[in-house]
Design a protein around this ligand. Structure first.
Ligand code: SR1
Ligand code: MG
Length: 418
């Protein structure tokens, strides 16, 4: 892809530059009626809303650098290509889960898609203490369907290997994850920052050999185990919610990796939202019920993932792995069931490992989360963050020893009460 014609969009140039595109005019109306706002608040891209006489759309455009850091950190525009291709696959694998796509321009690194309204970013909603029906079920199903259907459990060899090769090109975004998520939290990396009150626990974690080994095992799994097409950055800032609907956005980090990566990252962000609640509460203990609701969502994510994965395993296993014919002489698919239970157990261990590491990196590495950052009182922020670090360590190092989500949530509650 040549970047030569690329030019970053601006609210005042957008109608002139995009006004002739039929797919946009059809949804928004005549460019003379367009009102344009730049609303991007993520770490990487520009995001515009176009409101027109006939409706609204979102225009997302990659910048040639990391927005969070600036031009000093160049980042290839081709991440928009991977985001678009991942959205196409997610829409096919879990219909209705992602925004509808209207237009893609590779040279301008731009995707035009459905404007979700009255949806808000889930992370913001969790800070406000709002509840959303079926949230865990929708997210658990999304994980099961996209992860199962993007893998050798479902796809034909040639198609899967072609996709594996395609997404292997998302090199720079994988590199960000490999460094920021798996390595930087565990030493004094240049871009790291953390709340000063955490110094003693940070020193302890950085001297913890078992933890460093666990983090490197998880990094090896992320880098080497090309099990399925991942969303690659499935946190609560990549989910939009309304009172009745949940959608997943932003898969620009899409790559082939282990199934537990998406589920673990997602669950980690709920668990950090859980620990952050006292920092946002109107009075001590005021958010205890809400904290329990967050844990119920975590429980529902894993339970739904596991049920849906099981349903797909039994009804849609068409890929090269665990073919039904291999298990026929065991009768009633008994052998295939044993294989399924073992695969799910491996995904569970990975999920806990990735979850623990994500809880560390969002507190110690470059990219933090608003739930913690917006706790103004530094001592209270450090106390919330420290609980997340303690749970994160227990999950990463002890990932093989948890016998179910009830045990994980029990430990989360115990640490919350300490
Ligand atoms: C420099 S990018 C920092 C983080 O933002 C994205 O959302 C990813 O999580 C990445 O690690
Ligand atoms: Mg993002």
């Amino acid at each position: 892809m040549s970047d030569e014609s690329y030019e970053a969009l601006r609210p005042d140039t957008l109608a002139e530059r995009l006004g002739a595109i039929d797919a946009i005019r059809k949804r928004v109306g005549d460019p003379a009626s367009w009102q344009v706002r730049e609303v991007g608040d993520g770490n990487l891209n520009l995001v515009f809303i176009i409101d027109g006489a006939a409706g609204s759309v979102i225009v997302k455009q990659a910048l040639p650098y990391v927005r969070l850091v600036g031009e000093a950190w160049p980042l290839p525009l081709r991440r928009a290509f991977f985001e678009y291709n991942a959205l196409v696959r997610q829409a096919a694998r879990d219909p209705g889960a992602v925004p509808e796509l209207f237009h893609f321009d590779e040279a301008q690194a731009m995707v035009v898609m459905e404007f979700l309204s009255p949806h808000v970013i889930l992370r913001k909603s969790l800070m406000e203490g709002r509840r959303h029906p079926d949230l865990g079920a929708v997210l658990g199903r999304f994980c099961a369907r996209t992860l199962f259907r993007g893998s050798d459990l479902s796809m034909k060899t040639a198609q899967r290997k072609a996709d594996l090769a395609l997404f292997a090109g998302n090199v720079e975004l994988c590199d960000i994850t490999e460094n920021l998520v798996f390595s930087d939290p565990y030493f004094a990396a240049e871009m790291n920052h953390h709340t000063p009150g955490l110094d003693p626990i940070v020193a302890r974690l950085r001297a913890d050999i078992d933890l460093k080994i666990a983090a490197q095992h998880m990094k090896a799994a992320f880098a080497n185990n090309a099990e399925t097409l991942l969303h690659g950055d499935l946190h609560t800032g990549s989910v939009m919610v309304s009172d009745s609907e949940t959608r997943v956005i932003d898969p620009e980090f899409a790559t082939y990796g282990p199934m537990g990566f998406d589920i673990g990252m997602l669950i980690a962000n709920f668990l950090m939202a859980y620990y952050a609640q006292p920092g946002h509460a109107e009075a001590p203990g005021a958010r205890a019920d809400y904290q329990e609701w967050i844990l119920s969502v975590v429980d529902e994510i894993w339970a739904t993932f596991s049920d849906e994965f099981t349903r797909l395993w039994r009804s849609e296993r068409t890929g090269i792995l665990y073919q039904a014919s291999l298990f026929e002489d065991q009768g009633h698919g008994f052998g295939a069931e044993q294989a399924r239970i073992e695969r799910l157990a491996a995904i569970w261990r990975d999920t806990l490992g990735f979850c623990g590491i994500e809880m560390h990196r969002r507190t110690l590495s470059l990219a933090h989360i608003a739930e913690y950052d917006q706790i103004a009182d530094e001592a209270s922020r450090a106390a919330c963050e420290a609980r997340g670090l303690v749970l994160g360590r227990a999950l990463a190092v002890g990932r093989a020893n948890f016998n179910g989500m009830a045990e994980v949530l029990g430990l989360a509650r115990q640490i919350n009460g300490e």
